[in-house]
Write a protein that binds this ligand. Structure first.
Ligand SMILES: [Zn+2]
Length: 82
């Protein structure tokens, strides 16, 4: 076995584990959480609610559309388009 074989094997193990954790979170945890209860800032006032995402107001800036703050339901991550 090459000198770094053990380290490479360990890295592979860790990345497999991370993949399983992500899979577990997405299938067993995120699907049971309600994004509207997680993202409950008063500024959101959700304007669009689809199977994929929520769009509402951003707590940090004013936008004309009121839908610049986007939450992706599958992973519960957000981003602001404003
Ligand atoms: Zn914003």
């Amino acid at each position: 076995m090459p000198a770094d074989g053990g380290a490479r094997k360990q890295r592979q193990k860790i990345s497999v584990r991370r993949g399983r954790i992500r899979e577990f979170l997405e299938s067993e945890v995120y699907s049971r959480l309600d994004p509207q209860r997680l993202y409950d800032h008063a500024a959101h006032l959700w304007k669009h609610d689809s199977a994929e995402s929520l769009k509402g107001g951003c707590p940090w800036h004013d936008s004309k559309s009121g839908s610049s703050f986007v939450v992706t339901k599958s992973n519960l991550l957000w981003w602001c388009a404003g």
